[in-house]
Design a protein around this ligand. Structure first.
Ligand SMILES: Nc1ncnc2c1ncn2[C@@H]1O[C@H](COP(=O)(O)OP(=O)(O)OP(=O)(O)O)[C@@H](O)[C@H]1O
Length: 338
């Protein structure tokens, strides 16, 4: 279980003045302002869940993950990962977590990947069986042998990310924090990485906290979501609950006979003021309606009353669109902001 209680992180940032004279003045008279990157967030992530930690650029995700992994100390509030306060017991916490930060490396830059793995094996005291089982898996899914003995600093981004992902799982951690883990990976490797973490979750009960702007990663891996905006939690629940917050719904239908296409659209828009109706290929009609104006059953009842329906399709709301709507709204925090 991961718990955050009123977790806050502030940074003191030096004011910078523009231009050369401004730079000199900055050096002489330092003035500071405070950036509140994480603004009193509270949440609970159950053990064994796969949670997407989502938010717009600058929302405070990486800063939160840095506190959860012990890299940063909160300004106030606290967090616990499996009962440990990470920044107080960094070493103990490190044994039970695996970390991927897209922008930072946990590998040794001058060493090859196999050498880095040998060191990690010692650091984490990984039993032989676990080490060899995991290496076999990385050979199969990540083609890890292809990285050869090249020093990490000379690997391409995608090659390095394969090694970072493998390294984060090598010691069978109870929790993995993955921040943008599929940056630089091609589609085949993205799929392999998703399979790998899903397998760890299925077979070992690994808790997954994924920070990603890649909607496909989120959809393929996560069952729940924690959405932050301006440093605050604005949604916590299942991915399905998140999709239910979509402002718009749509339904498409094929019908027999009835009014001409133009009249059909006018009939719908007149009967259900506020919906938009349009024809699609093959005479199919698409109806888009705001969820706050109409319940789905009202729209379907109207369509059943007025058309001889042959078939009907109601696509799931689009996660990307739902997130766009949340990011565009004024923050309405949930989760105990004080
Ligand atoms: N070391 C730092 N010093 C000053 N400000 C910082 C520091 N680290 C982060 N910030 C600021 O804190 C805010 C949150 O940053 P953070 O990196 O946590 O966001 P994020 O949600 O991970 O963003 P992204 O999706 O772009 O990675 C931003 O306004 C950022 O500029």
């Amino acid at each position: 279980m991961i718990v955050a209680e009123n977790l806050t992180k502030e940074f003191r940032v030096a004011e910078r003045r523009p231009g050369l004279l401004g730079s000199l003045a900055t050096l002489l008279t330092r003035e500071y302002h405070t950036v509140r990157a994480v603004d009193g967030v509270s949440f609970e992530i159950p053990a064994g869940s796969k949670t997407a930690y989502i938010g717009a650029n600058g929302a405070g995700k990486s800063t939160t993950v840095k506190m959860l992994t012990g890299i940063m100390t909160p300004t106030s509030g606290r967090c616990l990962v499996a009962g440990i306060e990470p920044y107080r017991e960094r070493r103990r916490n490190a044994r039970s977590i695996g970390v991927v930060f897209g922008q930072r490396s946990q590998l040794w830059w001058d060493l090859s990947v196999p050498d880095s793995f040998r060191i990690l094996r010692r650091v984490y005291d990984i039993p032989d069986g676990v080490y060899h089982r995991n290496l076999a898996l990385y050979r199969e899914l990540l083609d890890i042998d292809a990285l050869g003995t090249t020093p990490v600093r000379q690997l391409s981004l995608g090659q390095r990310m394969r090694a970072e992902i493998a390294a984060s799982l090598l010691h069978d951690p109870a929790v993995v924090f993955w921040d943008e883990p599929t940056i630089g990976l091609d589609m085949v490797l993205k799929t392999a990485v998703r399979d790998l973490v899903n397998r760890a979750h299925r077979e070992l009960g690994t808790t997954v906290v994924l920070t990603s702007h890649d909607i496909a990663d989120i959809a393929a891996i996560c069952d729940s979501a924690l959405v932050v905006d301006h440093g605050r939690v604005v949604h916590q629940g299942s991915i399905q609950d998140l999709l239910r917050t979509a402002e718009d719904r749509s339904v498409s239908f094929d019908h027999r006979g009835g009014p001409a296409p133009h009249d059909a659209l006018a009939l719908i828009e007149r009967g259900l003021p506020g919906v938009r109706a349009a024809t699609e290929d093959g005479g199919r009609v698409r109806v888009d309606y705001p969820a706050n104006l109409f319940a789905s059953r009202q729209v379907l009842a109207f369509l059943l009353d007025h058309f001889d329906l042959v078939d009907c399709y109601a696509p799931e709301p689009d996660l990307e669109e739902v997130l766009r709507q949340i990011y565009g709204r004024a923050p309405t925090p949930v989760g105990g902001h004080s």
